[in-house]
Design a protein around this ligand. Structure first.
Ligand code: F6P
Length: 486
């Protein structure tokens, strides 16, 4: 039994502060894989003996710059409603950090878009500044016997900064996006690349979604810093550190049970009225060039061109969730998607049929489950994706045991969902052929594939993912103590 307090640090908190029309501040629950997954884990702590009094604190940016007069108020609500401790930041700093180094440098580089990467000293400086600011804020509450779990690419310098201030504390780090191959990582100016690796190595355990990402990280630490490893274990200044693989799962039953809920049934009926017997393909993503939305639409267009027998019988429900609109690349891709949807619908629609139903906006949970559960096929074609939880959510929502998942082999989830139809997202012909295969797959085969995938998702759900990470952290801490006493 473990009686430690858990401190989570991530860029985004489980809520975002927004100003309403009257200028009042409102707290809105935030969505996204990291937040949803961690929230499920933290909820599960309420029912376990993991922490004494289930003590945890979640530290992060509240999603907006808050004026001095409101800070105390936000701090109080954050604490009472979310067990959260806000890290306040000025709009300008956050802009250079979040829209700058995080999403114009790290994101494109780690997702294999080297030509999109911006190398700007100022945004690197703001990345360092924000990581230091997080460190200062964490130090206001951190105790030596806490477990500190830091998340994602926004905070890669933080483990080392904390280690320098509190040498014995347990620090875990998890990267939610791919770690790229050395040939990509080395494109960063050498001192930035080294500082990022050293930053991460301040943790005791560094976790990645797939075995490949872990290996790429280890390769970079060897090539740039000269650290050898044995099965992911390294000695950094006589301290044992481990890099390991923890594929993030989902809260399987949250989706599976929601299918039959009243709220979802209402949403399902609304959808079924619109769909009126059409076969349905669902596509849900944040607006991001890494998600391969244009390739997906090209593939669907080719499917329609090759298969006139399917005209009037199938429709694509395309949901694109707004994201990072402050970054130019994201705005540009939105325009292209709008145009391509318009072209396809213009070319193939009839008076009583549209090939694509397009929604640009947020989808509430029960509507999302309804979408998954009415759709015969899910078409998920990222050009690169650390994990891709949407694919897992679709599988979990197929309570009637029918449905086919088409998934990019360049998504981390493809390593666990081998029964999906795996495609190369750059191959339009393959996407088009996979759509036909999925629509025509015999029900028995759909069931067989889904059963195996669902079993895997039930076994390695998000709570298990988090628990195994924390257990590994405990184990490495024990090993460190054993080495010290030898
Ligand atoms: O995939 C990494 C990630 O940080 C997710 O955890 C999150 O859902 C997504 O990117 C979007 O993040 P944000 O809206 O904070 O930029």
């Amino acid at each position: 039994m473990n009686h430690k307090r858990l401190i989570i640090a991530s860029n985004r908190l489980p809520f975002t502060v927004e100003e309403d029309d009257k200028g009042d501040l409102k707290l809105k629950a935030s969505a996204g894989g990291l937040v949803t997954g961690l929230s499920a884990y933290l909820d599960s702590l309420q029912h376990s003996s993991f922490t004494e009094g289930n003590e945890y604190v979640w530290l992060g940016w509240p999603g907006a710059s808050i004026s001095d007069e409101h800070k105390e108020h936000i701090k109080q609500i954050a604490e009472s409603q979310f067990n959260a401790y806000p890290v306040f930041m000025e709009e300008e700093t956050m802009d250079a950090f979040y829209h700058g180094f995080c999403n114009k440098t790290i994101w494109p580089l780690f997702h294999y878009f080297p030509t999109y990467v911006v190398y700007e000293k100022e945004s690197w400086e703001s990345y360092k500044e924000v990581n230091e600011h997080f460190c200062e804020t964490i130090m206001e509450i951190l105790r030596p016997d806490d477990i500190l779990w830091i998340h994602d690419y926004h905070l890669m310098l933080l483990p080392r900064l904390i280690r320098q201030r509190m040498s014995e504390v347990s620090i875990g780090f998890f990267l939610h996006i791919p770690f790229p191959s050395y040939e990509l990582f080395r494109l960063l100016p050498k001192n930035w690349a080294k500082e990022i690796l050293q930053g991460l190595l301040g943790a005791d355990v560094i976790g990645f979604h797939t075995h490949d990402y872990t290996q790429y990280f280890l390769r970079s630490t060897l090539r740039l810093l000269g650290y050898e490893n044995n099965m992911g274990k390294m000695f950094i200044d006589h301290r044992l550190v481990k890099a390991d693989t923890f594929p993030m799962g989902i809260d399987f039953y949250r989706f599976n049970n929601a299918v039959n809920s009243r709220e979802t049934q209402i949403e399902r009926e609304k959808l079924q009225n619109i769909l009126s017997g059409l076969k349905t393909i669902v596509s849900v993503d944040r607006l991001d060039y890494s998600k391969g939305l244009l390739n997906r639409l090209e593939g669907y267009k080719l499917f329609l061109a090759n298969n006139p027998q399917w005209h009037g019988k199938v429709t694509l429900l395309l949901v694109v969730v707004p994201s990072r609109i402050g970054v130019d690349r994201y705005q540009a891709i939105k325009t292209k998607i709008d145009q391509m949807v318009g072209n396809i619908n213009g070319a193939y629609s009839t008076l009583n049929w549209v090939p694509i139903n397009y929604k640009y906006g947020h989808v509430p949970f029960h509507q999302l489950v309804a979408l998954y559960s009415v759709s015969d096929v899910a078409l998920i074609t990222p050009l690169r994706d650390g994990m891709n939880l949407v694919s897992k959510e679709y599988v979990a929502s197929r309570k009637d045991m029918t449905g086919v998942l088409i998934l990019s082999e360049l998504a981390g989830a493809s390593k666990e969902l081998g029964e999906a139809i795996l495609i190369n997202p750059n191959d339009r012909e393959e996407i088009a052929a996979s759509i036909k295969e999925a629509l025509e797959m015999p029900v028995e085969e759909q069931q067989n594939r889904l059963e195996r995938m669902q079993q895997r998702l039930k076994n390695y759900h998000v709570v298990k993912w988090a628990s195994e990470f924390i257990q590994e952290l405990d184990y490495i801490k024990d090993e460190q103590r054993r080495f010290q006493t030898k």
